[in-house]
Write a protein that binds this ligand. Structure first.
Ligand code: COA
Length: 141
């Protein structure tokens, strides 16, 4: 697993459930985003999430924890990319302690403008049509 996280965040009181710990759905959302960052490395496709495997939360996450989402492409299919995401929390109360929060396998599918699956290999688009808006800026490398 890569040691550079796709996403690293400090979770806030707005991210909590009714008991004051972090709401699981917030973590799920970041998992989806982190996996999408890794999938984006495959190419500029329009990816949609088709599946996320069973997710277990053996440890709670607390407000102020620094939470890292590590994501790595596991496999590339005809139209899909499978990404493994591992989540770790560095505790606010004791930064020397980092716990594994959960891990997930997320599958993204490359789709065309109509939302239908399109092949990744051989059909790799040079650009993505996100509508009328053209991306601004120059490459940084
Ligand atoms: C993603 C979507 C276009 C796939 O349509 P589909 O008719 O299932 O397409 P296919 O059967 O051709 O499968 C396409 C790929 O997805 C994979 N796939 C489909 N269902 C899957 C599942 N439950 N788990 C894992 N992979 C799956 C297939 O294995 C295939 O991969 P491959 O081409 O690399 O072999 C369609 O299901 C969809 O639009 N889903 C909604 C996506 C979305 O909006 N996500 C956000 C939810 S809020």
């Amino acid at each position: 697993m890569k040691r550079d996280p796709a996403i690293r965040v400090i979770l806030l009181p707005k991210d909590t459930n009714g008991h004051g710990t972090i709401f699981g759905g917030v973590i799920l959302s970041y998992i989806d985003m982190a996996g999408a960052v890794a999938a984006r490395g495959v190419g500029p496709h329009k990816f949609v999430t088709v599946a996320m495997d069973k997710i277990v939360f053996p440890e709670p996450v607390y407000v102020g924890d620094v939470v890292s989402f590590y994501a790595e492409v596991e496999s590339i299919g005809r139209t899909s990319v499978t990404v493994k995401v591992r989540v770790e929390a560095q505790r606010f109360a004791d930064p020397s302690v980092t716990v594994k929060v959960t891990e997930a396998t997320v599958v993204y599918v490359s789709v065309d403008a109509g939302g239908r699956p399109i092949p990744i290999k051989g059909g790799m688009p040079k650009t993505v049509d996100f509508g009328k808006k053209k991306p601004a800026g120059r490459p940084i490398s």
